[in-house]
Design a protein around this ligand. Structure first.
Ligand SMILES: [Zn+2]
Ligand SMILES: [Zn+2]
Length: 277
């Protein structure tokens, strides 16, 4: 089986806990064939003046990341396919798109992960993002942002961790059921299929009530709409979580009918079959 984990973070990201060398050696120890780093580019924070829970936000040093990363990529060529990507924080504020386009033009990342982490008030990591809203209202607002992110004004490959708002939500029952948000979720899935993008399966599910995001009911719906591009992401921020719950995800995807995972490399989508040796 060819192993992939294409959305992880190193200490170039403000919240990454191990450096690139530590992450790479762990990926190699786990026999990962395609290993992707997708450092945070949180210009949604920048243009909206958001903070890290009251502390000033800090940002990935793009120059340092790509300079170091490209050298490591070259050195490791015979060992694993290292992909250097970016995780762009989507915002409806149009001031962010030119900044993201500039990153693409300057550094030509191998792939782009498009993520909704924030609303106008805060990251969904912090309670402020939910600001006394009921679950249905807060989640619908989040899904609306994800739908808008599928139509982003910059190129991207992957829609990440669909259901991020449930990871840290302050509700007794945080879980997202497709049946509860049918219209909102279907609109997003159809857009991903129509645009030929990749739907990520992310195992950093935290307090979402699911083992991975999005859960099986949503992945099955995507499959029914004709979606065949799914990527595997541990979203590891340290060496311990690389490839976490990969077998669980592969089993679930196989049961739905998927035959492999998709790896984006400079705009090309490689289908890596589950059962290929
Ligand atoms: Zn993310
Ligand atoms: Zn991430």
């Amino acid at each position: 089986m060819i192993l992939t984990d294409i959305h992880t973070h190193t200490s170039f990201s403000p919240d990454g806990r191990n450096d690139i060398e530590e992450m790479i050696s762990q990926a190699k120890a786990q026999n990962i064939a395609y290993y992707g780093i997708a450092e945070h580019f949180d210009y949604d924070y920048l243009v909206n003046g958001l903070t890290f829970g009251g502390e000033p936000a800090t940002y990935t040093d793009a120059e340092k990341y790509f300079l170091t990363g490209r050298a490591v990529q070259e050195r490791e060529k015979g060992n694993l396919r290292l992909l250097l990507g970016c995780e762009f924080g989507y915002t409806a504020n149009r001031a962010a798109a030119p900044l993201y386009k500039k990153i693409i033009e300057t550094y030509r990342p191998d792939f782009i992960v498009n993520s909704v982490h924030t609303n106008k008030i805060s990251d969904y990591y912090y309670p402020d993002a939910y600001s006394n809203k009921l679950k249905a209202e807060a989640y619908k607002e989040y899904f609306d942002l994800v739908l808008r992110s599928t139509k982003a004004d910059y190129p991207y490959d992957i829609i990440a961790h669909l259901g991020y708002c449930s990871r840290y939500a302050p509700y007794k029952d945080t879980k997202i059921l497709h049946a509860e948000f049918k219209t909102e979720i279907d609109d997003i899935l159809k857009e991903i299929v129509f645009r030929d993008k990749i739907l990520e399966v992310n195992t950093a599910a935290r307090g979402s009530g699911s083992e991975f995001l999005p859960d099986i009911d949503i992945l099955a719906r995507y499959y029914d709409f004709g979606g065949r591009n799914v990527s595997f992401a541990s979203d590891a921020h340290d060496v311990k979580r690389i490839a976490e719950k990969r077998d669980t995800v592969v089993a679930a995807l196989k049961e739905i009918g998927f035959t492999g995972v998709t790896v984006p490399v400079k705009g090309e989508y490689l289908l890596i079959p589950f059962d290929e040796n």
